[in-house]
Design a protein around this ligand. Structure first.
Ligand code: GAF
Length: 383
């Protein structure tokens, strides 16, 4: 049965009435540009054909009732017109509460509703299941209450919810791509101006995502720490964001920085350039350059930003040796577990997946999950 049928049925079971509409918010995979978003820099993600569905119907009071169909119908309820509290014991509810709180703080008039949530984005895998949930919730209220929010406004409200309510100091990439994805395209994003540049994925190439199935345990604490380290480097250079430090300036001054901070800054300064170079390489259909840039990005995340883990490095090496310059591979997302992303020629996909299947478990004792992905449109009404 497909997800849309499931979420409608789940809604009817939970609330004994039909949903008025269903919103679909996609997850994302980032092709290059990691941790550059909160440094005011560049990223190149695409929205993926895995998403979070939210079935919605209005209530006549100011209550919001939410049922998580994938969590045994676990539910939450709270009132719009009362202070919205953070719930320590149940992580998922805070993404919903946070978005509602942020919409309220921005002065939007909200209406009570019943919601049922169901999704197929692998969780804790670096594919933005939480951003998709946030964006889906904001889009649901946008439609239900005629808020007239633009896609960029939706993304900014959701990022603020995650920063202020959930407590992760994330950048804008995940929410922005979930809201703005374009079918068949990756989006080059200038995370300072929020300018979006569609880039075509080369003909005859597939996007493969391989989940190491190592959950990203350290993510929040280490993520926030990386962000602080980048901010202290920016302060040293006298800029608000590391995006404004050129490679030349960085190389001239890096010796004056604390060693760890210098490594973090080096990753960001070069990763920004790599992302711009990758956008050009995609436009030229230049697979060799894409391959080299993705390889350098991974190496930099491993040795300078220190956000990869052995299982992920092993997967990247396996795929890299197999595709041998005819595609690219790197870790994707925040790090400390999760997924790798590979751009692979269509006719090499079977060979690459077979290599992973016969080596990863043997080496790590963990079974991987492999997903084929294609770029899809951003959040919208599911049909
Ligand atoms: C996480 C964050 F939410 C993004 O904002 C981004 O920083 C990413 O990690 C790393 O590129 O997904």
């Amino acid at each position: 049965m497909n997800q849309l049928v499931d979420v409608n049925l789940g809604f009817e079971n939970a609330y004994s009435t039909k949903a008025q509409f269903v919103i679909n918010a996609p997850g994302r995979v980032n092709l290059i540009g990691e941790h550059t978003d909160y440094n005011g820099g560049f990223v190149l993600p695409c929205a993926i054909n895995y998403g979070t569905l939210i079935a919605v119907s209005a209530r006549t009071d100011d209550k919001i009732r939410v049922t998580a169909l994938d969590y045994n119908n676990d539910h939450d309820e709270f009132l719009i017109n009362a202070p919205i509290e953070f719930v320590k014991s149940k992580v998922w509810v805070n993404y919903v509460r946070g978005v509602v709180d942020e919409l309220k703080k921005s002065g939007y008039e909200l209406q009570g509703c019943n919601l049922a949530i169901k999704g197929n984005i692998p969780q804790g895998a670096g594919l933005s299941s939480s951003a998709a949930l946030e964006v889906g919730i904001a889009a649901a209220f946008n439609k239900l209450c005629n808020l007239n929010l633009t896609r960029k406004q939706i993304a900014m409200i959701c990022q603020a919810a995650e920063n202020n309510f959930v407590g992760c100091a994330c950048g804008i990439m995940d929410q922005l791509i979930s809201a703005n994805g374009i079918e068949g395209k990756a989006l080059g994003i200038d995370c300072r101006t929020l300018e979006l540049t569609p880039v075509s994925v080369p003909e005859g190439m597939s996007i493969l995502m391989v989940n190491s199935n190592v959950k990203r345990g350290l993510l929040d604490s280490e993520y926030n720490l990386r962000r602080q380290e980048c901010e202290s480097a920016a302060e040293f250079f006298g800029v608000t964001h590391l995006r404004d430090v050129s490679i030349k300036t960085f190389e001239e001054k890096k010796h004056e920085l604390d060693t760890t901070v210098a490594k973090r800054a080096e990753h960001i300064v070069y990763e920004n350039q790599r992302t711009l170079d990758a956008m050009n390489a995609f436009n030229r259909n230049d697979i060799n350059s894409i391959s080299a840039l993705m390889a350098d990005s991974h190496e930099s995340m491993k040795t300078l930003f220190e956000i990869t883990i052995p299982e992920i490095d092993f997967l990247v090496e396996l795929v890299k040796n197999k595709i041998n310059g005819k595609g690219g591979v790197r870790m994707t997302g925040g790090g400390f577990g999760g997924c790798i992303v590979a751009l692979v020629c269509d006719d090499a996909v079977d060979e690459v997946t077979a290599t992973i299947e016969s080596n990863y478990f043997e080496k790590t004792g963990i079974k991987e999950s492999i997903y084929m992905s294609r770029p899809v449109n951003g959040v919208g009404v599911a049909v």
